[in-house]
Design a protein around this ligand. Structure first.
Ligand SMILES: [Zn+2]
Length: 493
C-alpha cells in the first residue's frame, strides 16, 4: 500500500510517466511493475502518518467522474450509430479510451468502493448495495488528503450515501440527494462547482462526482428525450418502478421496448451534457491540463438483450459488466489512444497513485493503467472478476436455478468468460467465447469442458480457495491472498 513518495521506485514511476508524456517507449515497464509487486502488502495495512499539507503538494489534480448505469455500447465512441454523447466523443480525442474495462461489480456501491479503494469487493467488504466499507481499508481520498490534497465527493444517489463508508477521507462529502433518493446532475454539478471555485489553484484537489442519470427511471430532459423517441411519442414521465414491474410481469410490447430504449438514450444525452459541464468547469479553473481525469461507469444496463429487461445487478453479461472508461492524462498525454487490454475498476486507484508519482501501488487485483499503455504483458495474463447478485428470476433459463441471496461471479481470461452462480447444492455456469459470440447468446460448456475447468480454477484462486464465499452475500472479509494465489492469477512469475 502507499507508503511514501520519497524512495526509488516512486521516482522511477514518475520518470516513466514523464517519458510517457513524451511519447517514448518503456523498456523497463515490466521490471518496475514486478518491483512493485515484490513490495506488495495488504490493503488493510493502514494509512500512513499524515505529513503536513503544503501548497501544490501533488503535481496534478485528480477528478473522478462516475456515470451510473451508463452502458458502453450506447456511446458513439464504442460504435453506437446515434449521437447520444457528443461531449464524451470530444473528450475521447484527448483521452485514452479503454475498450475492455470491466466493472468490479454490477451493483453501484461495491463497484464504487472498488474504484475508491483499489481492491475487490471481498477485500473492501461491500458486496451489495447495502454493504459498508471495512474499517482499515484505506480510501483514495484518505491517501490523497494525507498528502496535502483537498478532497470532496458529490454523489447523486442514496446508494453512495455516507452510510457506505465511502465518505472516508473526503473533507466534503455531499450526499444530500433529497427525498427521491436521487439528485439530477445539474444540482450535483452546482454543488461541485461551488466547492471547487473556493479552492485556490495552488492547492491540489481530488474531486469525485457521481451522476445518476442513465439509471432507471429513464426520465431525460425533454430536449434529450425528443432526439431519440419515435416520431409522435411525447416525452412523458417514465413509467414508475411499480409500472415497470407490471409491464415486465405481463411482457413488454415491442413499442414499449423501443420507447424505453429511446428514453435510455435520452438519459445518456443528459449525463453526457453533465460531463461537458465538468470539462467546462476545469477549463474555467485553468486546471484541465494539470488534471488526471477519469470518466467511468459503475456498471452497464440490460435493455432488451435478455428475458429480464431494463435492469442490472444480477446478470453478468457484458452489457452490464463491461463499462466505458476514458482517462484523460495530464496534458492530454496519449490522447486518442485506444487500449484493448482488459482492465478493471480496481486499477483506477493504482493509476492515480502512479501518475502522481507515488511508489508503485499494486494492491491485489489492481495495476496502473499506464501499464496498458506500455502493452505490459502482465495485463494479458490477468483473470478479471465481476461480481453481481445471484437471483434466479433474472436468469430463468438456468438449471438448476441459482441460489437466492448469493453472489454470481464472472471471470474473464482473454476471450473466454465463465459466469458462475451458486445453486442449492452446487453451482451452475455459462462459458462464452467472446470472439465468436460477443453478445453471449450460446453457452459452450458442453464442448469446452477444459476451458470451464481452467476458468473455474482461476476464479477459485481469486476467491482465495474459498468458493463458498459465493454462497452468501453476507460473506465475511476475505483474508489477504497469499503469494501462491497471486501467482496463479498471473500476477507473479
Ligand atoms: Zn449503479
Amino acid at each position: 500500500m502507499p507508503t511514501s513518495h520519497r524512495d526509488g521506485p516512486s521516482r522511477d514511476r514518475l520518470l516513466n510517466y514523464r517519458n510517457m508524456q513524451a511519447g517514448r517507449n518503456f523498456v523497463a515497464a515490466s521490471l518496475a511493475l514486478l518491483a512493485g509487486l515484490a513490495g506488495l502488502t495488504t490493503a488493510a495495512a493502514g494509512a500512513d502518518p499524515a505529513p503536513t499539507p503544503t501548497p501544490r503538494a501533488l503535481p496534478y489534480d485528480v477528478v473522478l467522474v462516475t456515470l451510473d448505469t451508463l452502458r458502453r455500447d450506447r456511446l458513439p465512441i464504442y460504435g453506437y450509430p446515434l449521437d447520444t454523447a457528443p461531449n464524451l466523443s470530444a473528450l475521447a480525442r484527448s483521452s485514452v479510451v479503454f475498450d475492455n474495462a470491466l466493472a468490479a461489480s454490477v451493483r453501484t456501491t461495491p463497484s464504487h468502493a472498488s474504484m475508491l479503494t483499489g481492491v475487490t469487493p471481498f477485500d473492501h467488504g461491500v458486496l451489495l448495495n447495502k454493504g459498508r466499507l471495512n474499517d482499515g481499508v484505506p480510501t483514495l481520498a484518505e491517501i490523497l488528503k494525507s498528502r496535502g490534497c483537498r478532497t470532496a465527493g458529490f454523489v447523486s444517489s442514496v446508494t453512495l450515501s455516507r452510510r457506505t463508508g465511502l465518505e472516508r477521507g473526503f473533507e466534503v462529502y455531499d450526499d444530500d440527494v433529497g427525498a427521491t433518493q436521487e439528485r439530477p446532475a445539474p444540482e450535483t454539478l452546482a454543488r461541485a462547482r461551488e466547492w471547487l471555485s473556493a479552492i485556490p489553484a495552488a492547492e491540489p484537489v481530488f474531486l469525485f462526482v457521481h451522476f445518476f442519470e442513465p439509471h432507471y427511471p429513464y426520465s431525460p430532459p425533454a430536449d434529450c428525450a425528443r432526439r431519440f423517441l419515435p416520431a409522435g411519442e411525447a416525452p412523458a414521465p417514465s413509467p414508475s418502478f411499480p409500472e415497470l414491474h407490471a409491464m415486465r410481469a405481463r411482457g413488454f410490447t415491442r413499442p414499449e421496448i423501443e420507447v424505453l430504449k429511446a428514453r435510455y438514450d435520452g438519459e445518456v444525452c443528459a449525463v453526457d451534457r453533465a460531463v461537458g459541464e465538468v470539462l467546462r468547469l476545469l477549463r474555467e479553473r485553468g486546471s484541465l491540463e494539470r488534471t488526471l481525469l477519469l470518466v467511468v461507469a459503475d456498471h452497464g444496463e440490460t435493455l432488451d438483450d435478455r428475458v429480464w429487461m431494463f435492469d442490472h445487478g444480477a446478470q453478468l453479461y457484458d452489457e452490464q459488466a463491461r463499462v466505458p472508461l476514458l482517462v484523460r492524462f495530464p496534458n492530454a498525454a496519449h490522447g486518442g489512444d485506444r487500449v484493448a487490454a482488459a482492465v478493471t475498476h480496481v486499477d483506477l486507484l493504482p493509476t492515480v497513485l502512479d501518475v502522481l508519482g507515488f511508489k508503485p501501488q499494486l494492491a491485489p487485483g489492481g495495476v496502473s493503467l499506464t501499464a496498458a499503455l506500455r502493452g505490459d504483458l502482465v495485463l494479458g495474463r490477468r483473470a478479471l472478476v465481476t461480481l453481481g447478485s445471484s437471483e434466479a428470476r433474472q436468469v430463468p433459463h438456468l438449471r438448476p436455478a441459482p441460489l437466492e441471496g448469493g453472489l454470481a461471479a464472472a471471470v474473464r481470461l482473454g476471450a473466454l468468460k465463465l459466469v458462475v452462480y451458486p445453486t442449492a447444492d452446487g453451482e451452475v455456469s455459462e462459458l462464452f467465447d467472446l470472439d465468436h459470440d460477443p453478445r453471449e447468446q450460446v453457452a459452450v460448456n458442453g464442448s469446452r469442458p477444459a476451458d470451464v475447468h481452467r476458468l473455474r480454477r482461476r476464479l477459485d484462486a481469486w476467491l482465495g480457495g474459498r468458493p463458498e464465499l459465493l454462497r452468501t452475500a453476507a460473506a465475511p472479509y476475505l483474508e489477504p491472498r497469499d503469494e501462491d494465489a497471486l501467482r496463479s492469477l498471473g500476477y507473479l512469475e
